[in-house]
Structures are given as structure tokens and as C-alpha cells.
Ligand binder design. Sequence first.
Ligand code: GDP
Ligand code: GDP
Length: 455
Amino acid sequence: EEDAALLAAGDGGSEREPADAPLPVLAVVGRPNVGKSTLVNRILGRREAVVQDVPGVTRDRVSYPAEWAGRRFTLVDTGGWEHDAAGLHARVADQAEVAIELADAVMFIVDATVGPTSTDEQVVRLLRKSGKPVVLVANKVDSPMQEADASALWSLGLGQPWPVSALHGRGSGDLLDAAMAILPEVSSVAAELPEGGPRRVALVGRPNVGKSSLLNALARQDRVVVHDVAGTTRDPVDELVVLGNRPWWFVDTAGIRRRVHQTKGADFYASLRTQAALEKAEVAVALVDASVPLTEQDIRVIQQVVDAGRALVIAYNKWDLMDEDKRFLLERAIDQDLVQLPWAPRVNLSAKTRWHVDKLVKALDTALEGWDTRIPTGRLNAFLGELTAANPHPVRGGKQPRILFATQADNRPPRFVIFATGFIEHGYRRFIERKLRENFGFEGTPIEISVRVRE
Ligand code: GDP
Ligand code: GDP
């Protein structure tokens, strides 16, 4: 019964693909528990042990190099993409939509023992709208007696249902042949993968500022060009959102999606969650509520981003609640509030009306560019030499520390080490930081400056 040849389908992970031709992408899509991961494992020739019955089980990757009948392709597993039980229906459709957009062809799996559900039908509509080629998989057809179940799936209008047992391998060879027949030779979606995969964004802010509203607004932005996400590591609590024609990971969104009950200690857990998200992120959108004054907790969250050394965008939400004259006063209040953070790009928006939500992309790009920046040592020292000659460190107790040399030891975030003949006081460090920003940008990123004293 078992389709032994299928087990020979290489996982090919050790071989590097030639950089010129991106492999076509085949996405496996379907409701939870229909057997997506089981089928992916079978195609990859892996053993059952990887699949678990636990929903939301951690899978470390979304896509894998695969091969069938001498053709190589990228297989995208959406098995770990859905999580919360609440709103599951909508989530499945959202994630399926992203997966479909990301694919050249789709394997749509339905559990033949259950038959088509309304969620399945919703996915069918997405598939139709996308115009992507589809093979319909009638899974869990473990024996010939169950083939009638598979025939019932003709009603979905996606053509022939392929009866398969992902668990035992039955029929999977024919299915893969059918998939290869619809998969284009050349990928039209796998292109310019950003180095290291999509950028990772944390959406942070105290409760009720509108994080989940913003996440919903973003997840519904137009999704146009799509990319191969091969080689990205991910967690099932991260969501792929396409903004400005590029995919972004919004990390650790489970806590945003899940309505956490307000109890004692909720503050503490909120800040732990923020910390966890920041650790995984490259850039944070710190969301605040523009309709009320900035609170201590808002400032703590923003400080957490800075302390974590992440790029920062500050978004003032609920701007729709502001009337014209209030807006003017608010702008001034904001400048006051953020006097310590003049470098963070700011976006005024409304998650509710989606006003200016699209402006986040540019702000994110700006912040990340600053965060990535490296200044060559020569340029840095030429700049510092002029700066300190024109504005020497004040004399303290008859001594005047001199700056000998500086280097940017790191980026992401930029870290500078200054070698000096004596202690450089705080005010002078801030002055140097301000001048570095004026000259080199660093918009949206914290900067660290440390001083080493050399006699
Ligand atoms: P996913 O959530 O769509 O990724 O589904 P999984 O691959 O995790 O499978 C869900 C459950 O269905 C697991 O208990 C699998 O062992 C089971 N399953 C998957 N494929 C088959 C099949 O072909 N036949 C039977 N009987 N069970 C299957
Ligand atoms: P979270 O706790 O940070 O995830 O905040 P939510 O997204 O749950 O929003 C908290 C409340 O603010 C809800 O009642 C939202 O409807 C409301 N809200 C969120 N964004 C906006 C907005 O842009 N304008 C207005 N007027 N209300 C908003």
C-alpha cells in the first residue's frame, strides 16, 4: 500500500540552490487537523514523530526544499500558522490568504472523513479569487472503502479530488505527480528575499491602546507582490503580514490576539510579554493612545524598547477622536512628551478608520535603516576630530579629557566605543550623540556610546 518511492523524496536541505533561479513554491493549505503537517512530512520523507496532536505545536520553519520526480521546489507548511481557538475561522482564512499569495501553486487539503466545512468553502473562495493553480487533496482516505468520501469533494468545484492517506502514504505519489503538473517551472513569486528573511516587528504598548485593532488593520492591507520565505525561522505566534509589497513578521502576536484578562499582576505579565516580543524583534512599533495623556506605563514600554536596543517607531493611535484644535495642542504636548526621543519616527494614525496606517511602512524602513547603519572608522574619526577641536570637553578640576580615537564596534543598534584620556561626562556624551545623529542619520535607533579611558 505504502508509496515507498515517496520516502525517497529528498529533503535536499544540505544542497545550496544556484542563486539565479528561485524554486517554484508549493503551499499546503487547509483547516487545522486536516493533515497538512502529516502530508508535508511525507513529501519531505520525514517520520511521523514530528507531527503532534497539540494545536499550535512549534514548527521551526515554514518552508522546506523538496523534490519529486527530479523536480525541485519549495514546500510551504502552514501547519503551525493557526493558534487561538477564538476567531479561528477568520484566522485560518487570513493565514490561508497569505500562504496562497506566497505560492505559485496550492495543495488544498480537506479531511474527506469530515467533508467540506464552511471554513473550507471560505478557502475555496480565496483560491478562486487568487487564480492560482490548485490540487485538491481528499485526505484521510486510508482504505479503498473510503474513496466515496473523496468523491463528495467534487462539489467544491476545484476539479478532481485526489484521494490520499497522508498518514500511510496511500495515493500520495499520484497526488505529487498532479501537483508537479500544475506547478510552474519558474517561480513568479519567489524573488528578492530580504537578507535574513522578512524584518521582524514587535507591536507593543499598554493594554487598550489599540494593538489588536492595529494588527487587524495591518493584516488586511493590500497584499501584492509576494516572496519566498524559505529559510526563515519562525514561531507559530508570529504572523506574516504584507506591507508595502513586502512580507514582515509581526512577532509574538498571540498575546495581542488573545484578550488577556485584567487581573492583579497583569502589568507584570504585559511587560514580560513585551520583553519576549522585543527579544525576537528588530524594530518595535510603540503604540500610544492619542486621546488621553501619555501615562507612566506608556513611557515604561518605550523605555523598554530603547533598553532592548531595538529600532523604534512611535505610533499615536485613535487620532480619529481628535478634533482640529485639539490636534494642534496635542502635537505640542507630544513634542514635550518625547523631548528625550526626538530621533524616533512618529506616525499619527487611526487603527479604527485605518487613516495613515500605511505610513507605518516608511517609518519602519527609516528606523531599520538607522539601526543597520555602520560608519567606517575613518569617517567617524574625521568627524569626531573636527567636532572635538571646535567643541572641546570642558575643563574639570584643571583637567581636560581628550578624545583619542573612536570606532563603531557594532550595529543593530549602533554601538560606539570612544577612547579618551579621562572621564567623559554625561552631558558631553549626549552632545556627541546628538552630533552623530545630525551628521549620520540614525533616525529611529537608540545609540550606545561607551568610553574607555587610556592614560
Ligand atoms: P494539520 O493541523 O493540518 O497540520 O494536521 P496534522 O498533520 O497535525 O494532522 C492532524 C491529525 O490527523 C493527526 O492526529 C494526524 O495523525 C491525523 N492524520 C493526518 N493525516 C491522516 C490520514 O491520512 N489518515 C488518518 N487516519 N489520520 C490522519
Ligand atoms: P489593545 O489592548 O492594545 O490590543 O487594544 P484594542 O485593539 O483591543 O483596542 C482597545 C479599544 O480601543 C477598543 O475598544 C478599540 O475599539 C478602541 N480603538 C482601537 N483603535 C482605535 C482607533 O484608532 N480609534 C478609536 N476611536 N478607537 C480605537
